[in-house]
Unconditional design. Structure first.
Length: 349
């Protein structure tokens, strides 16, 4: 039985249309005109207990709007959300103890108070028993190093420290579901890694159901098996990370360091050079047209090669292609939603 169920969820924002010029401004004040903007358009998905799902999409795709509706902050225009049998917008107070939320762009910590005070306040608000509170704080300290800055006021923390505290604060009451909205935004590689590891440990140890939005594909690759891609308010992919890599990651890259000058190199049909410096060349081809083994045996039998590596396609570049509408969608991969994708992005199939 799914923990999160979303059916035909829709959100329209009402926008005030401002007319140009002084006269237009006065007119807009006296007789305001509105237009509706659809941010989320009939999306449906469900998430099982303990699953960790990446929710990605380009800027303005509708991710934050969806997360806000899941938390109950925003009321849907249409459709239903069911989290643990409750409607977030109708049972907001009741559901609060079951959901944790992290907005990377905003903090839920008390700005002027030491970090420890926020945790004490949360302990009282959620009525967390002493034993549970202590064991969680010990775990968070071990994994996120909270004690390094626990007595500092929040406003003095670095972004990475603040995010670590925020994530811990969202989990201190052991929620069943946690929604992350860009939890790694603006962090350096090491801080991101720490947070990904933490998320993975919590998911495993506490079986917390997690949905998180991010623009960093490494977040998804390192933590989630499943991802949902949203664009222009509709879901264009819902499936495994592996499947999308397998189906769409058709480009293979071989990097070869040649012992000699290879300015006049002749490559097999379908293989092209995408980068070269000194005697090092990056060659790319479509794995459906050219076999990796054929390219390697051609190169090694015709040239003297010092070093050779094969690069797997990165999810980052596949997603970039999807956002740019450059991928020919295969309808079998994600059912009817692919129809929408093709229409929206003007892709011919
Ligand atoms: N309060 C609002 N009033 C009007 N339009 C809004 C409001 N909030 C968001 N939108 C619009 O709704 C659409 C979806 O926005 P949303 O913030 O959900 O996208 P997002 O996928 O989270 O984007 P990003 O990755 O840039 O954060 C955008 O076109 C945005 O301009």
């Amino acid at each position: 039985m799914p923990i999160i169920e979303v059916n035909n969820l829709t959100k329209d924002y009402k926008l005030n249309v401002r007319k140009k010029g002084l006269l237009g401004s006065i007119q807009s004040l006296l007789i305001p005109e509105y237009e509706m903007k659809r941010a989320v358009d009939k999306i449906s998905f469900s998430i099982e207990k303990g699953d960790m799902v990446g929710f990605i999409g380009p800027n303005g795709a509708g991710k934050s709007t969806t997360v806000k509706m899941l938390t109950g902050i925003l009321i849907p225009t249409d459709g239903e959300i069911n989290i643990l049998g409750m409607s977030p917008s109708k049972q907001r107070k009741k559901i609060a103890s079951n959901i944790g939320v992290v907005f990377g762009q905003r903090t839920q910590l008390w700005w002027d108070l030491p970090v420890s005070d926020t945790f004490d306040l949360l302990k009282s608000i959620y009525r967390i028993p002493d034993k549970e509170f202590k064991s969680n704080m010990d775990l968070f300290n071990e994994l996120l190093g909270l004690n390094e800055f626990i007595s500092q006021p929040v406003r003095q923390l670095s972004l990475g420290q603040r995010m670590r505290a925020d994530i811990a604060a969202s989990l201190v009451h052991d929620p069943d579901v946690i929604l992350f909205d860009e939890p790694t935004i603006g962090l350096d590689v090491i801080a991101k890694e720490k947070i990904r590891e933490f998320i993975k440990v919590v998911n495993k140890e506490k079986n917390t159901t997690m949905l998180f939005t991010t623009h960093d594909m490494m977040d998804i690759e390192k933590t989630c098996k499943r991802m949902i891609i949203i664009d222009h308010g509709t879901i264009i992919y819902d499936g495994t990370v592996e499947q999308i890599k397998d189906r769409y990651g058709k480009k293979r890259t071989i990097v070869a360091q040649f012992a000699q000058n290879t300015d006049d190199i002749i490559l097999p049909k379908g293989v092209e050079i995408i980068e070269e410096a000194d005697n090092k060349k990056q060659m790319q081809f479509n794995r459906d047209e050219v076999q990796v083994s054929d390219v390697i045996s051609y190169l090694t039998s015709n040239y003297n090669i010092l070093d050779l590596t094969i690069k797997e396609p990165e999810i980052e570049s596949i997603i970039r292609e999807i956002y740019e509408g450059g991928i020919n969608y295969d309808k079998t991969i994600s059912g009817d939603s692919q129809e929408i994708v093709s229409e929206q992005l003007g892709i011919s199939r």
